[in-house]
Design a protein around this ligand. Structure first.
Ligand code: MRU
Length: 366
């Protein structure tokens, strides 16, 4: 992977107040780096999914707060302006808790700043820290998850371990390692034979476009499948384990993730296939208990369902799939109840998907 693509977000060389990101709407066909100059541009990048994936949304929002401080310091109504920026950041996407976590982490720290100059310095440091923390946390998720794959590999006497995944919970959804990809990369680097079934993940095709691109870059064998194929593969012994990410996990272990995750969990349960969720603890919403009723589920434009983007040989093209007058609905996420989840892979190890399990790893939230 070239150096630009190594991380998903970074500061521009020679101008640290310009944030650079990979435009994820253009992958896998074009690797385009976008410059972000203002808090409004951060909001737009999160909304239009130039950047996406819970940890990366949080990290991007961290820089959004930094840019809001810089802009507020030059504004006559600085506090009003700053509050407006924060509200817009908060409204950019509803489901991934990392967005709100990063903003609160920044606002807490900013209380120490006596003037805008101090606030800018604090926000700048915290934004960088969020990035560094995510990289280490994802590496540790890999350390926690690797033994799951090692055990399957041993049981299969070194034969290929088949992992099924949904959406993109790899490095593109995070900063460097990714969550579910971290144990997979570590296994692959250790010489284990792994193969990933990649759900295409309609409507935005994060699997076909992003996960497949990442795995190609990393040299990990993989096969893209239509979203409805997973159950069939599981019934025929072609899946050893399911790994997915999450946008918000309740303290009882219910998991919101990309729409369609729940159906994969049901199929895995019916076929006695282990179903693991990888998450940094920043994705746990300790304030809520019932995933089904308390997690806000994003509804996006019906055009994402009605139209599809593809490469026509020279450029990206948007084409219509449905009758022009048909209505479409577009729920972005669903909730997988804790009872269908074999375990949660976190930076502090693996636990049962329930309150007791989570608190055993994170006793500070008792
Ligand atoms: O709508 P997206 O692409 O932001 O949704 C992303 C997912 O659902 C990911 O699986 C989740 O955020 C985990 S990313 C490590």
């Amino acid at each position: 992977m070239n150096t630009y693509a190594k991380r998903t977000i970074w500061r521009k060389e020679n101008n640290p107040n310009i944030i650079q990101v990979i435009d994820q709407r253009r992958l896998p066909h074009e690797l385009i780096i976008v410059d972000i100059h203002t808090c409004q541009e951060i909001v737009d990048a999160i909304k239009d999914m130039t950047v996406r994936g819970a940890p990366l949304i949080g990290a991007t929002a961290g820089y959004g707060v930094m840019l809001a401080c810089i802009e507020a310091s030059k504004n006559q109504n600085s506090f009003v302006y700053f509050e407006k920026c924060i509200n817009e950041l908060r409204a950019s996407r509803p489901t991934a808790i990392n967005l709100f976590w990063a903003i609160e982490r920044q606002l807490d720290a900013l209380k120490e700043g006596k003037n805008w100059q101090e606030k800018i310095e604090i926000a700048s440091k915290i934004a960088d820290q969020i990035i560094e923390d995510d990289i280490e946390v994802c590496r540790l998720i890999g350390v926690a998850g690797l033994p799951i794959l090692e055990k399957i590999s041993q049981n299969k006497k070194g034969e290929v371990v088949n992992i099924l995944t949904h959406c993109n919970a790899g490095r593109l959804g995070c900063i460097e390692w990714g969550t579910i990809s971290s144990p997979i990369y570590q296994a692959h680097q250790n010489g284990m034979k792994v193969h990933v079934w990649v759900d295409e993940t309609r409507p935005r095709n994060q699997g076909a476009n992003l996960t497949a691109w990442e795995l190609t870059q990393a040299g990990v064998p993989h096969t893209v499948i239509v979203d409805n194929a997973g159950g069939h593969l599981m019934q025929h012994g072609m899946v050893d384990v399911v790994f997915v990410g999450t946008d918000r996990t309740t303290r009882m272990g219910d998991v919101a993730n990309k729409i369609g995750t729940y159906l994969k969990a049901l199929a895995a349960f019916d076929n006695q296939i282990p179903f693991y969720v990888a998450l940094p603890s920043t994705t746990i919403d300790w304030t809520i208990k019932n995933g089904l009723t308390e997690i806000p589920i994003e509804e996006r434009s019906q055009d994402e369902v009605k139209y599809i983007y593809g490469w026509n040989g020279t450029s990206l093209e948007k084409v219509l799939l449905t009758p022009i007058t048909s209505k479409a609905s577009n729920y972005g996420f669903d909730v997988t109840p804790a009872r269908l989840i074999t375990g949660l892979m976190t930076e502090r190890g693996i636990c049962a998907a329930n309150e007791e399990g989570l608190l055993s790893l994170f006793p500070e939230y008792k």
